[in-house]
Design a protein around this ligand. Structure first.
Ligand code: AMP
Ligand code: MG
Length: 340
């Protein structure tokens, strides 16, 4: 079996093709990089419309497959930026109609968990999902993936990007801050905002930009922000772990490419006798392969939608989405009130 998946929730347009062994047969991506400021949804969507047809062709070529050899077309239904989601969904609908293949909607956050589960072989991990727009701790319980904790304001990546732009840099800021932080020495105290299982970053953004305006060195600020923000994420992940059966954590999202974050979470998990897994970079960031893989799982249990019922859901919540393949895999019954 092979499924093609389309990702277009934010700045990245990506097409992946995977088989039923979770092997990535093809993966072609293009990231919209604004010339100044942050992401404008309409501009990103225009970028996706321009590049998606070429990415589909590239992914097919890499996979050495003809469309008739595909079993389904999956797309990211949400959460994400409306115009960007619609660009990907439109291409997916068109391919599904032209190739006469089932159209399978996929929740983007669930896709980050599923690809990490498949690659790691960990059956029931907690996901620390640290991306541009999302920051969540997710675990499976009673038929659904549940958000145990999350940001109360901006996503960690958006926070890092805003900070870097405030320092005079360009989007995306996370990787630049990571380099800058390597030479930081002085740890400035910054607002550490953990509220139970939730976190917030806007106070830290204001405080750091104020220190910058007063002449604090950029490297020290980058270092202080990384240490403080990643400690917050590590803390809520640890609290989730303490309440969850098993002791495995997987990472997902662009910020999960960060070596300091990986190291901090790994030290915490291994200190508790558990296992931490971070997918390779190409599958940690937004990518079509994770959508294809989750689409393949969903297709395997007969989930698909007619084109007329395939509207995107920019605010789709992880815990509103049925994951019947998961219930079967673990033998956990789906409670009647939560069945799709
Ligand atoms: P995503 O939304 O998952 O595609 O991830 C994009 C976000 O990840 C952007 O906000 C980037 O600044 C951030 N990012 C990418 N690489 C790194 C890194 N090495 N360290 C911190 N943030 C990163
Ligand atoms: Mg993502």
């Amino acid at each position: 079996m092979a499924v093609l998946g389309i990702e277009s929730t934010a700045h990245t347009a990506s097409v992946g093709i995977v088989d039923d062994g979770a092997r990535v047969l093809g993966l072609a991506s293009s990231m919209h990089r604004p010339t100044h400021g942050g992401i404008h949804p309409r501009e990103a969507a225009n970028h996706h419309v321009d590049v998606l047809p070429g990415l589909v062709a590239q992914a097919l070529e890499q996979a050495r497959l003809a469309p008739r050899e595909l079993d389904a077309v999956a797309f990211a239904q949400g959460p994400g930026l409306g115009p960007c989601l619609r660009a990907g969904a439109t291409v997916a609908r068109m391919l599904s109609l032209a190739w006469r293949r089932p159209l399978v909607p996929v929740n983007h956050c669930v896709a980050h968990v599923e690809i990490a589960r498949a690659l790691s072989g960990l059956n029931d991990p907690i996901l620390l999902y640290a991306s541009g727009g999302n920051t969540q701790v997710i675990a499976y319980a009673r038929g659904r993936y549940r958000v145990l904790g999350e940001t109360l304001d901006v996503g960690i990546g958006n926070f890092l990007d805003k900070l870097w732009i405030g320092f005079g840099g360009k989007f995306p800021g996370g990787p630049e801050l990571e380099k800058e932080a390597l030479t930081g020495r002085e740890l400035h105290p910054l607002p550490y905002s953990v509220h139970g299982m939730d976190v917030s970053f806007s106070g830290m953004l204001t405080a750091t930009l104020a220190l910058w305006a007063h002449g604090a060195p950029r490297a020290d600020l980058a270092y202080s922000v990384e240490v403080t923000a990643y400690a917050m994420l590590t803390e809520i992940t640890e609290r989730a772990l303490a309440h969850h059966r098993g002791a495995a954590v997987v990472l997902g999202g662009g910020v999960a490419c960060n070596e300091r974050l990986r190291g901090m979470v790994r030290a915490m998990v291994e200190g508790r006798g558990g296992t931490m897994f971070a997918p390779p970079r190409a599958l940690c960031v937004d990518n079509g392969a994770m959508i294809a893989w989750t689409g393949l799982l969903a297709h395997g249990v007969g989930l698909s939608v007619p084109v007329g019922g395939s509207a995107v859901e920019p605010r789709q919540r992880t815990d509103r989405v049925a994951t019947p393949w998961r219930a079967r895999a673990t033998g956990a019954p789906v409670p009647a009130d939560r069945a799709p």
